[in-house]
Design a protein around this ligand. Sequence first.
Ligand code: DQQ
Length: 535
Amino acid sequence: TEIKQLHRTGFHFQPHRHWMNDPNGPMYFKGIYHLFYQYNPEGAVWGNIVWAHSISRDLINWKSLKPALSPSKPFDINGCWSGSATVLPGFKPVILYTGIDSQNRQVQNYAIPANLFDPHLTEWVKPDNNPIVDPGTEVNSSAFRDPSTAWLSFNGHWNTIIGSRSEQTGMAYLYTSKDFLNWTKVEQPLHSVPNTGMWECPDFYPVSHFGRFGVDTSVTGNWVKHVLKVSLEMTRYEYYTVGKYYPMTDKYVPDNTSADGWSGLRYDYGNFYASKSFYDPMKKRRVLWGWANESDSVQDDVSKGWAGIQAIPRTVWLDPNGKQLLQWPVMELNRLRRKRVMMIHQKLVKGQNVEIKGITAAQADVEVIFSFSSLDKAEAFDPSWVDAQAVCSQLGSTAQGGVGPFGLLTLASENLEEFTPVFFRIFKGETNETNHVVLMCSDARSSSLKDGLYKPTFAGFVDIDLSSKKLPLRSLIDHSVIESFGGGGKTCITSRVYPTKAVFEDAHLHVFNNGTESITVEYLSAWSMRSAWVN
Ligand code: DQQ
């Protein structure tokens, strides 16, 4: 039966059909980007997990190959779970992945290309000396997975971290090897945090102190900081810290510029999980992939025949303030931009809402700079508002505020029965009158008339200097996903939504302001986006 695909994306990565979750082993190898991913070849629900495999020259258009790893041996017969790729010296890629073995234990395996001269690396071999790491007696064999890209130590040893927990303490166990085959557990984990539960998909990499360029995973020195990211199974969000790595002692010490745990910094304050980064030596950048799960019902997934997309790959680098990362869609995405409409110096008084006409609003890229003349009308920030998400759902986008709510109404139906607002609200800081707090929200509550969907309000704070009285926002809108980058990539929020009316040509885009302070759209560009060739 033919189902009308209202919610399939036009330029996001997704398989032709069936279930997808975590991105695995992303890498650049001899002119080609590889993306592997957790995939169920038999249906639109999680299960029968293999490493599906796609290749690309630009991170946007993809060709699907056959799965690289499927369960077949005692060391992975019950599943080929997440892992990473490391390109060893001499251009030799190796995959490290978690196998669910015949006793249902989580063990770590390796796989290598069958033919290094095949430019697509189609065939992968899982040698018989697997597993190369087993949980032994000390480690919980049902909580031991997702080996990271390995990095080379000053003494010529390879290191990798594996996610785990010990009781409720989240752990990144450190393993070391001289030959990539024989691995030993280092006494001290690279890092651990009490009461955070299982750490999935840990990622550990250096970022340069200055500029947007990325650095290879093994780089150390005074000119880099390190980032440790973990996916918390408990909250289904990802948290990271920026800190210092001491290669001589293999210690990672987070800077105490943000919380270390579930109240810390997130890559994304919305639907984004199990992410993984890699260094792209061609464009000298670090690229981040993350999975955006469905938030419709399992029944909907089964009837539409697919579930799961990957967020647009993002370049990540250190904010000049040294305290957080900045993220931006890879520049190759811009090649899909087609028709452009602009808005310049449009004033929005309280309650005003202006439509941006002339583009395909269900498949679009929007960049806007909002400005305001003063923060005099900003409301006081209540210091008890620590949870951005709670504040956002309490205040919403429609009730009047001081400075804001203002922003975009995305995927809006003609009469606004459905819309997903992406917006800001600015408050006066608690201590100092010139201080301010910027809240950013992506609110799916009004996204669909349909019931039985998860329609969360997502929100985060934006740590931005407002002395220029400007606040930028970019949103990528693609039928069932809205990925927003606030403050030039300081705060990112991904929402999955399932409109029933605001689909295809019936979707609209607006700018709005519901604050008493007038807001000016200094400059807005919105593009219709072409569809990418995806699998
Ligand atoms: N998904 C994989 C695990 C990982 C989890 C299984 C994270 O390896 O911990 O499909 O989404």
